[in-house]
Design a protein around this ligand. Sequence first.
Ligand code: MSP
Length: 510
Amino acid sequence: MKSFYITTAIDYVNSAPHLGHAYEKVLTDVIARFRRQMGDKVYFLTGTDEHGQKVQASARKQGIEAQAFVDKTAAEFRSLWDRLGVSYDDFIRTTEPRHKQVVRDLLQKLFDAGEIYRAEYRGFYSTRQEQFLQEKDRLPDGSWPELFGEVTEIVEPNYFFRLKKYQDWLIDFLTKNEDWIFPKYRQKQVLEFLKEPLNDLCISRPKERLEWGIPLPFDEGYVTYVWFDALLNYYSAVVDKGLWPADYNLIGKDILVPPHAVYWPIMLHACGLPPPKHLLVHGWWLQSGAKMSKSTGGAVNPLDLIAQFGVDAFRYFLIREMNVGQDSEFTIEQFLVRYNSELANNLGNLVNRTLNMTTRFAAGVLPAAEVVEAPERELHELWAKTRDEVIPLCEGFQFHTGIERTIAFVTATNAYIEKRAPWKLGKSATPEDQALLRTALATMAEALRLAVALLQHVVPGTTEKINAVLGHQPGPDWRSELQWGSKLNGSKVAAALVLFPRPATPDKPA
Ligand code: MSP
């Protein structure tokens, strides 16, 4: 069994999770579920990033201890992922002793090896971004861009990590490993960034300014810079499991350069550890063209959509709508279009027809197919083509196209039903028409079973419900579930299943 270790970014817990955070966890879950189906031994890590200035400030604002504050908000994130069916194996919090210990051990190791040194630091600091700024960050008029918030000048002794020393190594690594980052064009952006000389990285914050962090093991008067602490979660969580390096660190495009593409591989290399095998970089959910975020207001709370449409409709939309790597605008209108046309009126319709007609014409017991004529042959062929296309699409993270093909197969199955018109065949007593009727019932049910097997990693709950009403217990081997066959012969089906209730319209939400 091939092992497959995949991680998400760990979210800041200073505000509630929104649709953008949920997207990343659902996307990682879809990949994890798909790899499990393909037979990999998957290890899936997610968690929360709980130190730093912003968290300290949010806790103070609420007048509670930082630890109590992060306990509360981390639980909110975790319970949302549970609700969304995110099948993580481990949830790491950077305030846990197991993480802090690894960070401190590695810092000490780097310090002892001379990779970390003390020096006077003078510079401009952005509290909002938790980073020191450089002259090149200024706007042409000399002011600081809005995104940095309040910027203050600071002079203080600090500890620095020798980043600069590894610049050539990193360029060489990226040149030799062209496919390190998905999508590929992002790797070019990193090389572009590396054309400018790197500065060593300030990895300490004096305790007077920031208490909420991991104390440096060699100078307890300082805490660790939050990124140096947070990145190490991917390693600290599996240090005893021998799983490093990760197959994929999954992140949003805003945290690629410099943290994940520059600091992270260099930190690991300096510690004598290999970099992750790949970074997978997704785009943003936008609202009116801007990144959805708490600070811009109106960020979508996943719980609202789940309450109205169900977990699987929410997962479906996120994965169907977004081309991994690109950005996508979120609108409720578009959500409703997908919900109505693809889930309710297409997939939902196929489920209803299959159950209704099997109940009406075969006393609820699925017959065997007896005839293969042109309509059946065309559907069989379309199935083989769909399956053979969708698997490689999913392997290449093109889930949105995979779903599109699968839904096209569902559309073709509904068209097959129109063609065979079982309601007409049911009125005829000839043995030929009765054989065709049994064939039509068996064919639509089998096509439905197959289509949902191909959607299983996206909408696991729906797949399970549909299998249950078809009286089908899937076997452990997913690939063999994808063979057109006779698994449903003799199955007793349920009379009805309400999956995607009350088709809604933009004017009249469900
Ligand atoms: N704590 C850091 C990550 C540390 S990883 C060692 C952080 N946290 S975050 O809460 O700001 O973002 C967490 C993840 O959510 C990031 O990958 C980020 O790109 C993603 N998203 C936040 N808003 C988003 C959208 N509007 N759309 C899609 N994903 C975005 O950064």
